[in-house]
Ligand binder design. Structure first.
Ligand code: S3P
Length: 431
């Protein structure tokens, strides 16, 4: 198990880029495999999670050339997918598992999907329940349908009208993928808008999909065509460095080629609201996604409130934002974020544990936390519990703390941000 010793540093700055977006990388491989013709993916996130998606499609018979950040998916349409002859391994990736369950549900095959210990604790009933309504059959452990999950797909599935109980792009996408082969339309409504990469990419591949606010409608039957996709930098990875710079008054850091999809930019809004200066420039569109440059100048931060409908726009950034809350004057309240309890770890508990280890007062609530900030961070030892975002949040907290810290179990960072410590070093030497 890897352990990282980190010393404080206040001279933060420079210009950096971060690896490709995880959500978009998964979707590019999935839609590429369902389309006819080659899909060329540039700046693909070459991380453990996205490699799991690539390997699963290879097990389903798709030819994929993967060389680091370049992937070519040789799609031959959904009819060419074959039944896998072994259990599919999703590793740590909830996105892979939930999206694949939707896709497999609509194919006439039997498959079993599982993953690591963290993944096997995460509820899959949130997708298997609505997918069962349209005719697929699942077996899993207990009422929450824990992995390994076995799926007997059915083609065609029935049409579906479904109101999501929580704003979740994984559930929404799982249902949309199953709807591609259904015999009727898929109508989905979510309480707040979650990330819309699937809707954008399905449109770009030629699917028949329409969006009206929080409602999505997909009609089956449109053949999709392979295409080129350039994946923007992942704002969820950029967030750790945005927070680091935001917390040091006068520090200036520029992040280039960052994805700026409005369903993901809550972190920018919150850091501005807390008193940091963030400038968004040079915004352009690449493969249907806005991309641009973000310059952050640190300020004297103050506490804030994060609640619905902001939560889905920054759900993965709460570990990073909690570090800003710890250094901000006053209280920060996170509400309406019970979804954090079913991430790679229970992130309400693990974020509060991490902050308390640094000497910060952090109190769990049922659906969030209250962080009392402004008294500094004391160097400490933190165990990531195998959660990549906890490991990275603890690492930036360590940079901003007084005294040395050690973060244990940092291998998990590979799931979303290979090269994280290289970039951290660059930022600390960049002022
Ligand atoms: C993701 C959606 C979010 C997010 C996850 C990636 C996606 O999960 O937390 O890291 O790619 O669709 P939920 O859909 O469960 O909110």
């Amino acid at each position: 198990m890897n352990c990282k010793d980190i010393l404080p540093c206040r001279s933060i700055g420079g210009t950096i880029s971060v690896p490709g977006d995880k959500s978009i990388s998964h979707r590019a491989v999935i839609l590429g495999a369902l389309a006819e013709g080659d899909t060329l993916v540039g700046n693909f996130l070459d991380s453990a999670d996205c490699r799991a998606t690539v390997d699963i499609f290879r097990a389903l018979g798709v030819s994929i050339i993967h060389e680091g950040g370049h992937v070519t998916v040789k799609g031959r349409g959904a009819d060419a997918l074959r039944e896998p002859d072994d259990v599919l391994q999703a590793g740590n990736s909830g996105t892979t598992t939930r999206l694949m369950l939707g896709l497999l549900a609509g194919l006439d095959i039997y498959a079993v999907i599982t993953g690591d210990a963290s993944l096997r604790r995460r509820p899959m009933d949130r997708v298997t329940r609505p997918l069962s309504l349209r005719g697929a059959d699942f077996r899993g452990r207990g009422v929450r349908m824990l992995a390994p999950v076995a799926v007997s797909g059915r083609r065609p599935l029935a049409g579906l009208t479904y109101e999501l109980p929580v704003a979740s792009a994984q559930i929404k996408t799982s249902l949309l993928l199953s709807g591609l082969f259904a015999e009727g339309p898929t109508h989905i409504w979510e309480p707040y808008k979650s990330r819309d990469h699937s809707e954008r990419m399905l449109t770009a591949f030629g699917a028949d999909i329409s969006v009206d606010g929080n409602r999505v409608c997909l009609n089956p039957g449109c053949a999709m065509k392979g295409r080129e996709i350039s994946v923007p930098g992942d704002i969820s990875s950029a967030a750790f460095f945005m927070v680091m710079a935001a917390c040091v008054p006068g520090a200036t850091l520029t992040l280039v080629d960052v994805g700026l999809n409005p369903t993901r930019t809550g972190v920018i809004d919150v850091l501005r609201d807390m008193g940091a200066h963030l400038r968004v420039e040079d915004v352009r569109e690449e493969a249907g996604e806005p991309v641009g440059r973000v310059s952050v100048t640190g300020g004297e931060l103050h506490g804030t409130t994060i609640d619905a409908p902001l939560v889905p726009r920054l759900i993965d950034e709460i570990p990073a934002l909690a570090v800003a809350a710890a250094l901000a004057d006053g209280k920060t309240l996170v509400k309406d974020a019970a979804e954090l309890r079913v991430k790679e770890t229970d992130r309400i508990a693990s974020v509060c544990d991490m902050l308390r280890a640094f000497g910060v007062e952090a109190v769990e609530t049922a659906d969030g936390m209250v962080v009392s900030g402004g008294n500094g961070l004391k160097g400490t030892v933190v165990d990531s519990s195998g959660d990549h975002r906890i490991a990275m949040a603890a690492s930036i907290a360590a940079v901003l703390a007084e005294g040395k810290s050690s973060i244990t179990d940092t291998d998990c960072i590979e799931t979303s941000f290979p090269g994280f410590y290289r970039t951290l070093k660059e930022v600390c030497a960049g002022a």
